[in-house]
Write a protein that binds this ligand. Structure first.
Ligand code: AMP
Length: 286
């Protein structure tokens, strides 16, 4: 049995340990999560294991990135299960702080990455990316990583964080890794736990919508609205579903475009019943 990662609750204590590790010349790899780990998270940890001498995971359901009507209180949690899975991926340390340790009384500093945070999840979830950028910068300052790994699943988040690190001269390498899917195509997500059996079937429409647009792209379609229509045509008939957005944008800046001149990102956000799922794919010429 692989040994369980050491759990550290105190950000100050972890920061002290990480500064010592750096002074010893050790390379630190870091995977931030909200827990309820699945194979998507484990793919990040396994890659982190290869890239660092010390592999640190954080599990923190960050209150500042949830809107008032979102699922903060019922977000799924399973610390014992998470630690067992993290151990299997070779994790050394798990930072599991209480919210009060991250945001003590008097807390008032927030990071606003302006342009890339606009549109898509930024508009649908006001304040979400300010919460994400703030907590990730705090976690970077605590963990002092050389490299941090994130999933393409939350593509806008990844672009926001890349921009933040470039703009604020944060000395960390950001690595983005592909979406890990269930055998039937559903993108893995902690929120899949909310889906009932029928909803679970209906949720397959997201990956089928990506496939429909991919086929159009492969056939030479470069019109953004036409690619979106191909995806919408798969999503609209699904019972109990509601499209939040279906958008083709520039893959790097996430600016709106009409026609693809370089790589584009198709991003989907769809409610299946009450559960909001996201998925996406980059289309490029390579
Ligand atoms: P979360 O716990 O949802 O905040 O996710 C933590 C990290 O895992 C983020 O970088 C996500 O993009 C990544 N992640 C979540 N789901 C997947 C997936 N299916 N494949 C790859 N990475 C993922």
């Amino acid at each position: 049995m692989p040994t369980s990662p050491e759990v550290v609750a105190s950000p100050v204590e972890l920061q002290r340990r990480m500064l010592e590790a750096r002074a010893r010349g050790q390379r630190i790899a870091f995977v931030p999560t909200m827990g309820y780990l699945h194979e998507g998270h484990l793919s990040l940890l396994r890659e982190g294991r290869k890239r660092g001498d010390v592999l640190v995971l954080s599990i923190f359901v960050n209150p500042t990135q949830f809107g008032p009507s979102e699922d903060l209180a019922r977000y799924p949690r399973d610390l014992a299960g998470d630690l067992a899975k993290a151990a299997s991926a070779g994790t050394d340390l798990a930072l599991v702080p209480e919210p009060a340790a991250m945001y003590p009384d008097g807390y008032q500093t927030y990071v606003d990455v302006r342009e890339v945070s606009k549109g898509q999840c930024g508009d649908r979830r006001p304040g979400h990316f300010v919460g994400v950028a703030t907590v990730v910068l705090k976690l970077f300052n605590i963990v002092q990583p050389h490299v941090a790994l994130f999933g393409d699943k939350d593509y806008q988040q990844l672009q926001v964080l890349r921009r933040m690190v470039a703009d604020l001269d944060v000395p960390v390498e950001i690595v983005g890794l592909p979406i890990v899917r269930e055998a039937d195509g559903l993108a893995m997500s902690s929120r899949n736990a909310y889906l009932g059996p029928e909803e679970r079937q209906h949720a397959l429409a997201l990956s089928r919508a990506l496939a429909a647009a991919r086929a159009r792209w492969a056939a030479g379609e470069r019109d953004a609205r036409a690619l979106e229509s191909a995806a919408r045509a798969v999503l609209e008939p699904v019972p109990g579903s509601r499209i939040d957005y279906v958008e083709v944008r520039d893959a790097e800046t996430l600016r709106s475009i009409d026609h693809a001149e370089r790589a584009v990102r198709l991003s989907l956000a769809v409610f299946i019943g009450k559960t909001r799922l996201i998925d996406g794919e980059t289309f490029s010429w390579k």
